[in-house]
Design a protein around this ligand. Structure first.
Ligand code: F6R
Length: 254
């Protein structure tokens, strides 16, 4: 695992966007496709903004990009402004030339009885696409990645999960009221995430400093699922100074 700190979340996001864009261009030359695993939430907002800018101003072409999103609340209609379906279209997909058939998002209206087979199919589709080239992650206060909450095992697959109460409280302002935050979600599993060729975990601000310290300086534990990333060679933590405050001695300055 590599830890990189940047002067601002904006410069950090531009760094990640440039890495992705470079690989998109290289894959296009080979007439091949690039597979992205995408997160929602506040952490990747500037990354998506930069990718959109590159598309509009530098002709960055998304025709050869395939995406798989990490998670979705359950139940959750696509049309809801709170859905990750809406988030991804508003922040990225509506502004670039990605092919709709190359976008993979969870359907939060899927009948509960069919979710297991839907989740198996999702993991299978990732394999059929050739695996994820770049996985973007944020981190929750519980140490979750995707919605793999404390207790998630390292070999977990895509599945329906219960959201931790801390995660629900953190989402309450988005929903206006804690009672309105769904208690479940569908998430890619830890195993599916760890199979990615390269993983960028983005974290900004002082409120992430303690969870970053616990997950990446203390022992690997299912109590803090992001700590599984410590054991991976292909992981880069992308931090701003405030998020990196408590792990300063391990930093590579950019
Ligand atoms: C969202 C996701 C979550 C978030 C995490 C951090 O798709 O997978 O794990 O990345 O909750 O959220 P923000 O970025 O809003 O702090």
């Amino acid at each position: 695992m590599e830890i990189s700190t940047f002067p601002t979340s904006e410069s950090a996001s531009i760094y990640v966007a440039e890495c992705i864009a470079e690989n998109m261009r290289a894959k296009a030359v080979e007439n091949s496709h690039l597979v992205l695993g995408l997160a929602t939430g506040s952490s990747p907002l500037l990354l998506y903004k930069e990718l959109v800018r590159m598309h509009k101003e530098e002709d960055l072409n998304f025709e050869n990009v395939i995406t798989f999103n990490l998670d979705e609340y359950y139940p959750m209609p696509k049309k809801s402004a709170k859905s990750y379906y809406a988030f991804m279209h508003n922040q990225l997909f509506n502004h670039v030339n990605i092919k709709p058939q190359n976008i993979h998002l969870f359907d939060g209206t899927f009948p509960a009885s069919k979710i297991d087979s839907f989740c198996d199919t999702y993991d299978q589709k990732i394999i059929e696409a050739g695996g994820i080239d770049f996985q973007i992650l944020g981190i929750g206060r519980t140490g979750h990645i995707g919605f793999n909450e404390p207790g998630s095992s390292e070999d977990s697959c895509t599945r329906l999960v219960d959201l931790n109460e801390i995660t629900r409280k953190d989402a309450a302002s988005d929903f206006g009221d804690l009672q309105k935050v769904p208690s479940k979600a569908i998430t890619m599993g830890i195993e599916s995430i760890l199979k990615a060729n390269k993983i960028y975990l983005l974290a900004w601000g002082a409120e992430k400093a303690e969870v970053i310290r616990k997950c990446f300086l203390e022992e690997v534990t299912s109590k803090l699922p992001a700590s599984y990333l410590q054991e991976q060679r292909n992981v880069e933590l992308i931090l701003d100074p405030a998020a990196a405050k408590l792990i300063q001695s391990n930093l590579i300055e950019n």
